[in-house]
Design a binder for this molecule. Sequence first.
Ligand SMILES: Cc1ncc(COP(=O)(O)O)c(C=O)c1O
Length: 440
Amino acid sequence: MGHAEPQVATALQPYWMPFSPNKEFKAEPKMFSRAKGMYFYTPEGKEVIDASAGLFCVAAGHCREEIARAVYEQLQTLDFTAPFLRAHPKAFELAERVTQYTPAGLNRVFFTNSGSESVDTAMKMALAYHRVKGQAQRQLFVARERAYHGVNMGGVALAGMVNNRRAFGPGLAGVYHMRHTALPENRFAKGQPDHGADLADDLQRFCTLYGGENIAAVFVEPAAGSFGCLPPPKGYLNRLRQICDQHGILLVFDEVITGWGRMGANFGAQAFGVTPDLLTMAKAITNGAQPMGAVAAKQEIYDTITNAGPAKGVEFFHGYTYSAHPASCAAGLAMMDIFANERLIERGAAMSPKFIDAIHALRELPIVTDIRSIGMMAAVDVAVDGTPGARGHEAQKRLYDAGLNLKSTGDALIIAPPLVMEDKHLDEIVAKLRKVLSGL
Ligand SMILES: Cc1ncc(COP(=O)(O)O)c(C=O)c1O
């Protein structure tokens, strides 16, 4: 039955690692025990530059003392309070601070603990909103191929990456997927590509086929992140907005990666000039130092759901034990200070053109088949070698050995450094990529 287990230290076995090749990792562990600024350090003390901001989280660089101190002090002052029927002041303060960054009108904030929870929360908000407006028939969702919306059942149903779906078939019904926008004619485009705005008309086709009045919401990442950086074609998001408006469908931007400066603006919504009705976020809201996610909703959605509820009863039957956890709120508030005091989002925006040019210079390597980029995120595709994804996986391992950490998806290497990256770090990242990719 199956393959023999590789020889591994017993102590590594009990931990079932997420989204990881457990057998391979436990035979050949790649661990970090410390981090500071732009770097991770292995238990042996080797320095590894962080080219993916952890997992798109660490916008301000690792181990920020301000955040650590805020969390420590919070845990000594109020470690926990139930978020249902009770609350603590920092939850309100953080919600208010977040609305200083969200697009105008999205000024009601619901806290979760992750991107996945934010996505499923937004799905429930959409369903609840339509129901209280007397449109309970709006049960369908539209998403897109090559999308990642987390791992809870709602998000998996929305997802458009086959490995995240194929084992979980039943229960994923009621979602229609638009085509992805990775067109061959857009290869090596810098920023938003020219071709593909018309792919948004897939939404119109679903409205015609299934009835626009039956669709609750459309979920898209403004620029797909986990799949490997797919910026929206020029005009694409505007077209989605128009079709949603024509049919009364809510538009949801999943900004778990694209939020908090990654696109060169507060959120992708502002970077691309299109305002959604609901916006999910997570990751960099606390610099990754505490688990936290959020959904920003248009006030009209909050008002509609809240006003439809009883005068003294619960209006929206949803929430998590750790929604607005005091330590996460403290971390979030410290991060809001960093965003403001260090003009972090502007700093990332200023670095973006140099970053994009430097990554695109890798185009000359024969193994590179495409490069896509926007803001402070880029993906370098390496040519498929036998099994799709095998070369990307090998590249990611060799880069680690060469002292560079990044996330790969299939044969795409995703580069999304902390927004505090300086020229010397960019030089180091590009030099290491060039060396390893040249030898693959
Ligand atoms: C667009 C998007 N949505 C949702 C998620 C899920 O977030 P989490 O892993 O925090 O649950 C991610 C994670 O990368 C993401 O990129």
